[in-house]
Design a protein around this ligand. Structure first.
Ligand code: TEU
Ligand code: CA
Length: 559
């Protein structure tokens, strides 16, 4: 049988460098700070470190607006620091995955400066410029960061496209010169020994050539252009070309960030024979219901467990044998999972552990976001002035000025779903600023760091941290987790998420209880008298029904 690729057995840890560890007292995390924490990550048992963008950037979108793809962001350090980080990681058997942001650049990238300055320049067509009609932009599409996606350039009277902030102009992937530039920069870092790429908004590269008007958005005057920039007509051609020209020549792990894909479309990006990517991130579970309410996530529609189970089960079954899943609850764009899907008050530790167990025994490569292993929670800063994320700040202005939301209503949405929830500095200890910095942190810390921090967690065998370490080790010891089928049980049960993994030799039952109330759960026959693998339940001797404690999770092996 073909060798099993290493990334199917890997566990990835996502670092948001700005908030991970500061080493020079400027209040901003940096590469030398990451070097200091490599042993901590090794002890946790992860294999790959995904670094959110470390390239030169004006930080309009904290590094997702790149002004030089071959230079390290000065606040993060130097190229020598990066090469030392790579060496030190490899010396510990850790791999490094970088974040490729090539749907757009910063407007301060020399390419865009030339493109905007001179309409006749060779670089004009590196970006997407349109005349519009009667002074109006070509479409009324809405940006992900509020407002229109077309920015008028007075000098030429033309508009340029930016799906995100106006300082993030979209690259024109129809232009072969742009595609060659990307091939070259991807090769540059792979030749340095980088082991993987997370590919930002990778399914947005191909836009519909006619730029049709988008579809209506409830409660908004702008439209949703998604059908015309997501999974566009040439997207697979572009990614297959990148694979053929560059990726196929390296032992490299790739994961595509692909919002708005169905499992069937997802298989086209990550099917083994597709010659594209190894796996993708979908967003169906974390954006569930947002498209049914006005102002999307800021209205924070309630989630139901059956809704989440249906989505995750569908991705498990439809990609089995057709592609490969990534498994996540948290990242730098999402609120903290223990606050959103668990209970970050009286059952913070139990529910954080339960979310770990339920996630890590599914099929796919798990992604753990910095602080998730501690059960770090959302934050509620008392005023909008404490927030930094451009998505939040732009939405605040639009919701207040165009939709009359009062501050309390906006802050409720920011507390529940704002991206800064995940970007408050990492909690290392109970010292000042949680040991993150000797200086003034670029973003205020969550005040609960004296109780929730890595030092305390490592010292407490019953901590979330030890649970992650144990579960990572357990999943690696059970080939059925990588290879087995997934069968969801009790799809409509309102508080229990239970599923079976089966590879013909081993059958596992995973049970997660999403409630603060105790619950009796009937065991499927084959698990009566089975073995408890998750060391947190008395033996099953003769038990036919589990007595689940609040937010308890179990892994059982059939007899
Ligand atoms: O996010 C792409 C994306 O789909 C965004 O809509 C994101 O999911 C949303 O902001 C969450 O509310 C990627 C990066 O992960 C994000 O940090 C960047 O801001 C964005 O691309 C632009 O590069
Ligand atoms: Ca620093």
């Amino acid at each position: 049988p073909p060798a099993i690729p290493w990334w199917k057995d890997a566990v990835v840890y996502q670092i948001y460098p700005r908030s991970f560890q500061d080493s020079n007292g400027d209040g901003i995390g940096d590469l030398r700070g990451i070097i200091r924490r490599l042993d901590y990550l090794k002890r946790l048992g992860v294999d790959v470190l995904w670094l959110s963008p470390i390239f030169a950037s004006p930080n309009d979108d904290n590094g997702y607006d790149i002004s030089d793809y071959r230079a390290i962001m000065p606040e993060f350090g130097t190229m020598a620091d990066f090469e030392e980080l790579l060496r030190e990681a490899h010396a510990r058997g850790l791999k490094i995955m970088l974040d490729l942001v090539v749907n757009h650049t910063s407007d301060e990238h020399p390419w865009f400066i030339e493109s905007r300055t001179d309409p006749r320049s060779a670089r004009r067509d590196y970006y997407i410029w349109k005349k519009g009609r009667d002074g109006q932009p070509p479409t009324r599409w809405q940006s992900f960061f509020s407002g229109p996606v077309w920015e008028k350039d007075e000098k030429s009277g033309e508009f340029y496209l930016h799906l995100f902030s106006r300082k993030q102009p979209d690259l024109n992937w129809e232009n072969p010169a742009v595609r060659r530039e990307v091939h070259d920069l991807v090769r540059f870092w792979l030749d340095k020994g980088v082991d993987g790429w997370r590919m930002d908004t990778i399914n947005m590269l191909s836009k519909h050539p006619d730029y049709p008007e988008g579809r209506p958005i409830p409660g908004a005057t702008l439209t949703d252009g998604g059908p015309y920039f997501l999974n566009g007509p040439r997207i697979h051609e572009f990614i297959q070309e990148l694979h053929r020209e560059v990726l196929a020549h390296y032992d490299v792990m790739t994961v595509g960030e692909t919002p708005g894909v169905t499992p069937a479309e997802g298989a086209l990006y990550c099917g083994a024979e597709r010659g594209e990517l190894n796996m993708i991130f979908h967003f169906e579970h974390v954006f569930l219901g947002d498209d049914t309410v006005e102002h999307g996530k800021w209205s924070n529609p309630p989630l139901t467990l059956p809704g989440i189970k249906r989505v995750l089960a569908r991705w498990q079954t439809e990609l089995h044998g057709r592609g490969w899943n990534s498994l996540y609850w948290d990242n730098h764009d999402q609120p903290r999972a223990v606050s959103r899907f668990g209970n970050d008050r009286e059952y913070r530790v139990e529910s954080a552990k339960m979310l770990c167990t339920v996630l890590l025994f599914m099929q796919g490569t798990p992604y753990i976001y910095q602080g998730q292993e501690l059960g770090m929670t959302n934050v509620s800063f008392e005023s909008i002035e404490h927030y930094k994320d451009i998505e939040t700040l732009n939405a605040y202005k639009v919701l207040r000025d165009e939709h009359g939301w009062d501050t309390a209503r906006i802050l409720a949405g920011v507390y529940a779903r704002g991206r800064d929830n995940a970007r408050t500095p990492m909690h290392w200890s109970r010292e000042k600023n949680a040991g993150f910095t000797e200086g003034t942190p670029w973003l205020a810390l969550n005040p609960n760091y004296p109780d929730i921090n890595a030092e305390a967690a490592e010292a407490d065998p019953r901590s979330v941290w030890h649970h992650y370490r144990d579960v990572i080790a357990l999943r690696k010891a059970l080939p059925v987790v990588r290879d087995g089928t997934f069968t969801l049980l009790d799809a409509e049960h309102p508080t229990v998420f239970s599923y079976i993994r089966n590879d013909g030799h081993t059958r596992l039952l995973v049970v997660g209880h999403f409630s603060g109330q105790p619950e009796t759960y009937r065991l499927p026959e084959e698990f009566v008298g089975g073995e408890v693998l998750s060391n947190n339940y008395p033996s099953l001797e003769g038990t036919r029904e589990l007595q689940l404690r609040p937010y308890q999770a179990l892994v059982l092996r059939a007899r």
